[in-house]
Ligand binder design. Structure first.
Ligand SMILES: [Zn+2]
Length: 309
């Protein structure tokens, strides 16, 4: 049995040995075919994957770009109540057109927790407020003793944004650093396209001659825009009331671009005179900026919700 088995086995081995080259070739051919098919599938998959990635990326970039431009598209502003009101007394109008831009930005930038008020705004249908820190980039605004207007404007504006958000508003700030150049036209275009419900521009005043005799807060508006006078009046009272600064009253003008061209109730508040030593020293402090921001934010709130609080 053993012998026979061996013989058969040997025969099989021989057969197998003889068959081997052919089988190997066949196997190799098959493998090659399979390999090339796999490579082709892999290549096609990779191409499809890359195409899908690029498509997704393009889509994301487009969405981002769209949102970047119009921002708050989805937020439909609600009722804007802006009935004209009594005219406020005005003071003398000092010069606010200085715009030297040589002094470096040396403002303190401490942010503290503001004394918050109750946020009563409706979360799903928020009103949109544009906060405009005057000047920026190469346009430093006015300056005195190393205090640069664009920097002061930004500090107050950032605090104002926080306060407004605490009160339930959606806020769009027009620049977030002191290097950004943004011209008046662009500011208005952004606000108008965003269909903002109100626009508040923050500036600092100067008076060339009697430096320390002139001080206080004044607010500009254009009577052609519905609601602006009411908003300006409340902002003026709010800012002066919160700080105890001299209330210089309202100024009606069609000479200030943003105030004239913004579609929504708009005002420009000059929160101090950089030429006045006392005010200049106060305006760079955190406490004073906080008071100002709170006074202005409360005024905006009062404009939209006159019956509350
Ligand atoms: Zn200014």
């Amino acid at each position: 049995m053993e012998g026979q088995f061996d013989k058969r086995n040997r025969h099989r081995e021989v057969t197998l040995n003889r068959m081997e080259p052919y089988d190997n070739r066949a196997n190799r051919n098959g493998r090659r075919k399979r390999q090339s098919r796999a490579t082709a599938i892999l290549l096609v998959s990779m191409v499809l994957l890359v195409a899908a990635c690029l498509g997704t990326l393009y889509y994301i970039i487009r969405i981002d770009a769209k949102e970047g431009v119009t921002g708050m598209e989805g937020l439909k502003p609600e009722e804007v109540r802006g009935e004209p009101v009594e005219k406020e007394p005005g003071g003398d109008t000092p010069d606010d057109t200085v715009s030297d831009n040589t002094v470096p930005d040396n403002m303190s930038s401490n942010h503290t927790e503001p004394g918050s008020l109750t946020g009563e705004g409706d979360a799903k249908d928020k009103l949109l407020i544009v906060v405009d820190p005057g000047h920026g980039g190469i346009d430093g605004g006015s300056s005195r003793e190393g205090v640069l207007e664009k920097a002061v404007n930004l500090e107050i504006s950032k605090r104002l944004v926080k306060k407004l958000e605490e009160l339930g508003f959606e806020v769009l700030i027009l620049r977030e650093d002191n290097d950004t150049d943004i011209d008046k036209k662009e500011r208005v275009v952004i606000a108008n396209e965003a269909k903002a419900d109100a626009y508040v521009s923050i500036h600092q005043n100067t008076y060339q001659e009697k430096d320390n005799e002139v001080s206080g807060i004044e607010t500009y508006y254009c009577e052609d825009t519905k609601g602006s006078e009411k908003l300006a009046s409340l902002v003026q009272k709010g800012a002066a009331g919160a700080t105890g600064a001299r209330d210089r009253g309202l100024k009606e003008t069609d000479g200030l671009y943003v105030v004239r061209e913004a579609d929504m109730p708009c005002c420009l508040v000059e929160t101090c005179f950089l030429t006045n030593k006392k005010e200049r020293e106060a305006i760079v402090t955190e406490e004073y900026q906080e008071k100002l921001a709170q006074g202005i934010a409360d005024a905006v709130y009062q404009y939209f919700y006159p019956d509350k609080k």
